[in-house]
Design a binder for this molecule. Structure first.
Ligand code: F6P
Length: 545
């Protein structure tokens, strides 16, 4: 691969610096006053989602410079490379074809697509059998509970989707265990009957320590409950690229669904990694989820920049990170069933784009992925929104708001919506010192007290936020939402010139943990790591005596 210009070398970068220098003193409300169409001009929609990005420190000319930047970074070519199966994961020399997992045709990837279809068909049969309660456990009782054991991408995606689609659940309950802390598995098992429980060991590599330890503990639990070794196959399924390791674990091949090395763990919920979701919501709904993502893929691949949701959201990320020194990004779903969305996005964005060298290995002299965090509204309002409104950090926010609720509790939903819109507006308008002072006088405070208190009530405003709406959260819009953020992440990675599809930074910690585990298991006190680690190892050993 030839070295491409880094972000700061692109011609549009200088123009953008100038736009930012002007816009940092602009008032968002002033921008609205100057353009009565701003709310509709700075909005776009696709695949059942609408993006309102009007409340940003952004002018039409800054936006066109951002489009030029994307052009100069070769974003069009990058998008084609992604979809056509080029080896965009350069360090591992393979494609990143998660889009093929939700595609309805092979589009140049015929042989891979046939493998996807055959896995999808097998997955459908397994999912429907479980969903309909037609699978019996060792005692002949039908299975009522499925436990997905996995971590990272083998947990966060399926866990989010299952929770988000709660109104679509059938009778079988799905649970998720990921932490190697035994409390996670024990808490889950304490509510279950082994005879009617199935485990899905979900691990792309089938080498992940936490997942294997939990899998073995689940196996022991099943045996202790009375299942024979031969009957375990009625209770264990696997999703993996490593069929041999699954077989060694004791899961027969017919109970294993495949994955492929050309799908990253954090992009894998569309594969058999989503089996637990399909069990929870049934195959028809799972297919709708794939269809929503495919609609977003088509939009992303074919839409012009000014209407391209993932690209627009990525350019906003680049804009604030590079020209306004934002190092945080906040995502606030105003829908309780999306409370896991920030967790999912943390892996997606920070494992993908938390990189410090270019795809060609050159150290970067600019920042890459911001820290992403958030929680479901309105809880955050009573916790960290104080910092969003009056803190010293600039934290651009994405509000995610389904316009209709499945609950039928109209008044509560109205309150939820009012709060979401109020937060976005408050971030923009803030409150001037003078308005704060007047409000205090109206409350009956004396002049001197009002003047003293006013600085604490004043809010700078002008803080950026986007609002993503959908008519309702359903399998289709959920699929589109996840694919939107996947492609946003991809665009930013391409503009930053990094490889968004590897994660070498997690390896060293695993190696050191194996070394330390050896020390913890060894009765002798001869650890020779750094003094601090040695001391902590001794403390732990002492506590065991
Ligand atoms: O350690 C990080 C990671 O490799 C993630 O990228 C991945 O999603 C997770 O671990 C789980 O990996 P696996 O599915 O192979 O168990």
């Amino acid at each position: 691969m030839t070295a491409r210009a880094l972000l700061a070398d692109l011609p549009a970068y200088t123009a953008l610096k100038e736009h930012a220098a002007k816009l940092q003193f602009a008032s968002m409300e002033g921008l609205f006053n100057a353009d009565s169409n701003r709310a509709s001009t700075f909005s776009a929609s696709a695949a059942g989602l609408r993006l309102d990005y009007s409340k940003h420190l952004l002018s039409a000319s800054a936006l066109s410079s951002l489009f030029e930047l994307a052009d100069q970074a070769g974003i069009r070519e990058s998008i084609e490379a992604l979809f056509s199966g080029a080896h965009v994961n350069t360090t591992e020399d393979r494609p990143a074809l998660h889009t093929l997992l939700r595609a309805s045709s092979g589009d140049g990837q015929e042989s891979r697509f046939q493998e996807v279809l055959s896995a999808r068909n097998r997955m459908q049969v397994m999912a429907q059998t479980l969903y309909r309660g037609e699978h019996n456990g060792y005692s002949g009782k039908p299975v009522t509970d499925v436990v997905n054991i996995g971590i990272g991408g083998s947990d966060l995606g399926p866990r989010l989707v299952t929770q988000a689609l709660k109104p679509y659940h059938g009778d079988v309950r799905c649970h998720y265990v990921s932490n190697v802390d035994p409390a996670d598995l024990l808490d889950t098992l304490s509510t279950l009957d082994a005879a009617s429980t199935v485990f899905i060991i979900c691990s792309k590599s089938f080498r992940t320590e936490e997942t294997l330890a939990n899998g073995l503990a689940a196996r022991d639990w099943m045996l202790n409950a009375g299942a024979t070794v031969a009957q375990l196959e009625q209770h264990f399924l696997a999703v993996t690229t490593n069929l041999q390791a699954a077989k060694d674990f004791g899961i027969p091949q017919e109970n294993c669904l495949p994955m492929w090395d050309w799908v990253g763990g954090r992009y894998s919920v569309w594969s058999a990694v989503g089996l637990s979701c399909a069990v929870a919501v049934g195959w028809e709904n799972f297919s709708e989820f794939l269809a929503g993502a495919e609609a977003m893929d088509q939009h992303f691949r074919t839409s012009e920049a000014h209407n391209n949701l993932p690209l627009l959201m990525s350019l906003l990320e680049i804009w604030y990170c590079h020209f306004f020194h934002a190092s945080n990004h906040v995502v606030l779903p105003y829908d309780h069933s999306l409370q896991r969305f920030p967790d999912f996005l943390q892996q997606l964005t920070m494992e993908s784009n938390g990189k410090r060298v270019s795809a060609e290995g050159q150290p970067l002299d600019y920042g890459t992925a911001p820290v992403l965090w958030g929680s479901a509204g309105t809880m955050g309002q009573h916790s960290f929104h104080q910092l969003l409104h009056q803190g010293t950090l600039l934290c651009p926010v994405d509000f995610v708001l389904p316009l209709n609720s499945h609950t039928g509790a109209d008044q509560q939903h109205r309150i939820l919506v009012a709060n979401c819109l109020a937060q976005s507006r408050t971030l923009m308008v803030g409150r001037s010192l003078e308005d704060a002072r007047k409000a205090l006088l109206e409350r009956g405070l004396a002049e001197d007290k009002a003047a003293a208190l006013a600085p604490h009530l004043a809010m700078p405003g002008n803080r950026p936020s986007s609002v993503i709406t959908m008519d309702s959260l359903n399998p289709r819009t959920l699929g589109a939402l996840l694919a939107l953020y996947e492609h946003r992440t991809f665009c930013s990675g391409q503009i930053w010139r990094i490889n968004s599809f590897d994660q070498w930074g997690v390896e060293l910690g695993k190696e050191i943990s194996t070394e330390i585990l050896g020390q913890l298991t060894d009765a002798r006190d001869d650890s020779a790591m750094d003094a601090a680690t040695d001391r902590l190892i001794s403390l732990w050993k002492e506590a065991q005596r």
